[in-house]
Design a protein around this ligand. Sequence first.
Ligand code: AVJ
Ligand code: FE
Length: 443
Amino acid sequence: TTTHAVRGGREQALAALERARRRTEALTDCLDETELTAQHSKLMSPLAWDLAHVGNQEDLWLLREAGGTSGVRPDLDAVYDAFRTPRADRPGLPMLSPDEARAYIAEVRARALDVLASPPADGVDGALFEGDFVFGMVAQHEQQHDETMLATHQLRRGPAVLDAPDPPAPTSRARDERHGEVHVPAGPFTMGTSTEPWALDNERPAHTVDVAAFDLDAVPVTNGAYQRFIEDGGYRDARWWHPEGWAYVQKAELSAPLFWRRDGEMWLRRRFGYTERVPPGEPVMHVCWYEADAYARWAGRRLPTEAEWEKAARHDPETGESRRYPWGDQGPDEGRANLGQRHLRPAPAGAYAAGAAPCGARQLIGDVWEWTSSDFTGYPGFKAFPYREYSEVFFGSEHKVLRGGSFGTDEVACRGTFRNWDLPVRRQIFAGFRTARSSTGAD
Ligand code: AVJ
Ligand code: FE
């Protein structure tokens, strides 16, 4: 059977839209109106804002732009336009109540399913329907906000409301803290895509990039390894830090990952309402780019570039082609990657042997987003689609690229080409990293 049959397509779009909505409901039905309208952190919107915003984007893109109808509530666009009001100021907006938001997004969804079941209306942009892109885009958008809402849950104080089983443990051999590194020989590879139907504009087009030989950590940096950086005085030693990072670490008084707390000799962390010992074998998360960069320098290494990360994750040296995922072209499943909020934590380093890339690196997809050294910019031949505010307005040196998705990323919003970005100071996202070094050997 070919995997192409499941790429794009209206049936897959329907399933992705429904899965996103179930998750949105799971993240919001567990809290009362006070909690949904509260701002749990200045970095985040009230959950009730995200709830109506996903429906408003669906109103705009599926009902109006793709459906050619007048939509349900175009008058709400101003309230739910992310560019008009920064997150910190959103509590002051005239938002829908949670119940009004639920009714609004349900009505939008009912009409969106009619658009999904119909041929494109006259006068709409045909490019939106290529590979059923616009439906995939809207499902990805809702899932991205679901991950953001999950980060809001993590920031929220109070008793736990979410629960999930732990991810699978790696085999005993893979449980040691040192997993060593894998080697990726020099040579060109195809970065980005021109064929993945639901790839967003910043993943396009496919282009050849020549990458010098490098070595990459086989697994993400663990809590145990990161603790050694802390205990070696890493946060107090300017040698390891980017100058801006050094200024920031002092101003913000950083001394450990976000949500960590020291209790005597022990490190504790808060995770979705529970306090627990920091598990040494799990990938470190809730570190900002500056912390990742400093750790790498302390370790005598550096962060991988975005091209290195993608070559490690996609390049098949047998065929010379780039895969959709490290393990091949088939979509993710629970034996290959920790995605989709099936678990509320990353799996221990060394898990998911079946998800390894040809170079041997594990857990490139899922578990934790991985900071790269690269700024977020457009690939050669980039064209904004369908709106400049998705990617293009963020291009430049302000934002750093993250790759690979986390346990909180749905598979519809994660693939070998998927690019995420954030400011180098951000720590509330489910981000960790792995380190690299340029190879000095023959190739
Ligand atoms: C790609 C995750 C950086 O959440 O700011 C959501 C995705 N864009 N709504 C974000 C997004 C518009 C975006 N990130
Ligand atoms: Fe959005």
